[in-house]
Design a protein around this ligand. Sequence first.
Ligand SMILES: [Zn+2]
Length: 125
Amino acid sequence: MYEEAQSFWDGLKNEKLCLQRCKQCEQYIFYPRTYCPEDFGELEYAEVDPVGEVITYSIVERCAEPSLIPYLPYVAALIELDSGPKIFGRLVGVSLPLGNPLFGQRVKGEFVKQGELDMIAFKLE
Ligand SMILES: [Zn+2]
């Protein structure tokens, strides 16, 4: 774990999605970094609403990460958060095979335990 990400993980532990926001251009960013990728502005953490929409996704049938094996097969989705940044997450409550494509579907974050890890997953709204 790297230092810039500490508040992100602490947030998840407290069931909050906390992302970095640039003090200069006020954009939220993800993944955690040292400076804003747009203007090298200083970053601070703030809580965001864990809601957004599915940009794209893939059905994962095999993986090497032990904490994810119990969930196989699962849908891994790229979510565009309403606050701006994109974040990867596992979709919960989706039955496979999928009936309809998930592109553009609204999702809401759900705080879950993934093995020892506090994590965020997403549920279709
Ligand atoms: Zn900035």
